[in-house]
Design a protein around this ligand. Sequence first.
Ligand code: ADP
Ligand code: MG
Length: 297
Amino acid sequence: MNGLLARNRLAVPPSPAGPDGHVAQAAVAVGEPLIRLRGVTKTYGSGSAAFQALRGVDLDIAAGEFVAVMGPSGSGKSTAMNILGCLDTPTSGAYRFRGVAVQSLSRDQRARLRRRWLGFVFQGFNLLARTTALENVEFGLELQGVPAETRRGRARALLDPVGLRGFEARYPRELSGGMKQRVAIARALALDAPILLMDEPFGALDEQTRLLMGEWLLGIWARTRKTVVFVTHSLQEAILLSQRIVVMTARPGRIKASFAVDLPAPRDLDAAPATTLRRALWDAIRDESRRALDGGA
Ligand code: ADP
Ligand code: MG
C-alpha cells in the first residue's frame, strides 16, 4: 500500500475479490439474462416527504449488450444505475443478477458482487481528492491487491488514450471538469470488470472529444464484449454507440420505449435508417421532457 487509503481517510478495504459464492454458480443455468429488473420502485423519504423516483421499472439486459438509457432529467436514470450497481436497493420489486435475487444477498455479498462484476463511471466523477490522476486510476487495482508495478503500468496505459498523458501527477482540483471525467473513465476501465455502468460518462466533454471517446469506447466494447449500460442525453451518441436504447418516462420513471439499433458499423448518422430512428427516438423523449419541464422535475 502506498498510503492512498490513509490519505483519503478510508477504512481498511475488505479482502480482495474472491470467489463470489452462489452468485457465480446460480446464474446462467437459470436461463435468465445477466440483469433483470421487475416492477422496481424507488421511493426516497417517507410519510408526507415520500418522493417516488421510479415506478414499476422492467428491464432485461443480456451479457455483452451495449444499452443506452435516455430520459429527461429527474426521470430516475441515476437512481436506476445505483440500483443496478448494488449501491442502493429498490423499495419494492426485484433485481435479479445472473438469476440471483440481489435483495437476498448480504451487504458483504453485494460488495463482492460489485468488486467482481462492476465498473462505474459516476455522474459526479467521485475522484479521491488527495490522490493524483494516476493514483485515482490505480486505486481499485490496489484494493484488488495488484502489485504496484503492474497497476502503475495499467493506469498509465489507460490515461494515454483518454488524453491525459502529462497530467498523471495532477490532483483532481488541478484538472478541468472534462479531465476529471476522463480520469473517472480510465479508473472504471482499469478494473477490467465485465459490466460497465456509465452515468453520463461524456457529459462534461466537448463534442469533438466526446465523439472520439465514443469511438474509443466502442473499440473496447467490440474487443471485449463487456456489458455496457450507458446513460446519455445525446440522441446522436446513443445511436452511434448502442445496440438498444431505452427511454424513461418523466418522474416517476418507468421504461417508456425500447429501440433496437440495428445499424451496421461504422454507423452513418446521415443515412436513412439512422435518421428515421432518430426521429422516433426524439418523439418518445420530447413528450417526456415536456412533461418533466411542465411538472418541474
Ligand atoms: P436522473 O438521473 O434521471 O436525472 P435521478 O435518479 O438523479 O434522476 O433522480 C430522480 C429523482 O429522485 C429526482 O427528482 C431527484 O431529485 C430524486 N432523488 C434522487 N436521489 C435522491 C435522494 N437521495 N433523496 C431524495 N430524492 C432523491
Ligand atoms: Mg442522473
